[in-house]
Design a protein. Structure first.
Length: 263
């Protein structure tokens, strides 16, 4: 992606002590790249919000595609907002969905929404706060079809968002057939993602892991999408998830994860 320097927008983020920038994607008209501290964080296509550029976000979107009848509205809680790429996707593919996006970085959400506003029709509530604090204090009596956790502090997710008790809190805000989706980035030997797998398996009846096929060999860094649910997805639904890609990819659950769980 090549930046057009005359159109790049920047803002200082006091919370993280770094600059955020929004730069047009010269190769995709209408698309923008959000970077923080020089590292790309999000890609959003305003001309076509259903167009997902990053592979891990595409896998997250695939789970949401199979969550309900195509086009039907769903209730989604986003813990970690970024450029609101996934929230825009949900509104584009499931108009009328009720969504909440939470981010602890006030300047970031303001920067994004001022420069890349969401359509007026979007039913999206923005909350500036810590993800765990929001669950504990601001969402009483609210339940969701999907809760997406995509929060990082440096290379890892904050410690208080990795605990079993936090996943138990997430579970209390899910509809009976709802899903919790967690983006986990890790480096070989993938101890962190396996720790998160064990944590989620202690909470949910079924946990699946979706990722590029070569990541399961533990030789490469990358992003894994973990899904926890108390209403297990059957083989037909999991096969449909595999078919959505990106390819080559794998979706594993149950005994299929035995080899991956081992140290």
């Amino acid at each position: 992606m090549k930046e057009d320097g005359s159109r790049v927008r920047r803002r200082w983020l006091a919370g993280v002590g770094q600059h955020a920038s929004l730069a047009p994607d010269a190769w995709v008209p209408g698309a923008w790249v959000l970077s923080i501290g020089g590292a790309e964080q999000s890609h959003v296509n305003l001309a076509d919000p259903s167009d997902i550029f990053y592979e891990y976000l595409r896998r997250l979107a695939n789970h949401l595609d199979l969550l309900a009848v195509p086009g039907a509205p769903v209730d989604v809680l986003h813990l970690g907002a970024g450029a609101l790429t996934l929230a825009r996707y949900v509104e584009s593919t499931r108009p009328g969905s009720d969504q909440v996006a939470v981010d602890s970085e006030r300047e970031l959400l303001g920067f994004v929404t001022e420069n890349l506003p969401v359509p007026d029709s979007t039913r999206l509530r923005l909350v500036i706060d810590d993800a765990r604090d929001v669950l504990a204090s601001q969402l009483h009596g609210e339940y969701f079809d999907a809760i997406v956790l995509d929060v990082f502090a440096g290379a890892d997710a904050p410690a208080h968002l990795r605990e079993q008790s936090f996943h138990e809190e997430i579970r209390t805000h899910l509809h009976p057939d709802g899903i919790a989706l967690v983006n986990v980035g890790d480096d070989p030997p993938l101890a962190f993602v396996r720790e998160q797998l064990r944590t989620m398996e202690a909470v949910y009846r079924q946990v699946t892991v979706a990722a590029p096929a070569d990541l399961f060999g533990r030789r490469f860094p990358g992003n894994f999408i973990l899904m926890g649910t108390d209403a297990p997805w059957d083989d037909e639904r999991l096969e449909a998830l595999r078919a959505l890609g990106p390819h080559p990819g794998r979706v594993l659950s149950g005994v299929g994860l035995d080899g991956f769980r081992k140290p």
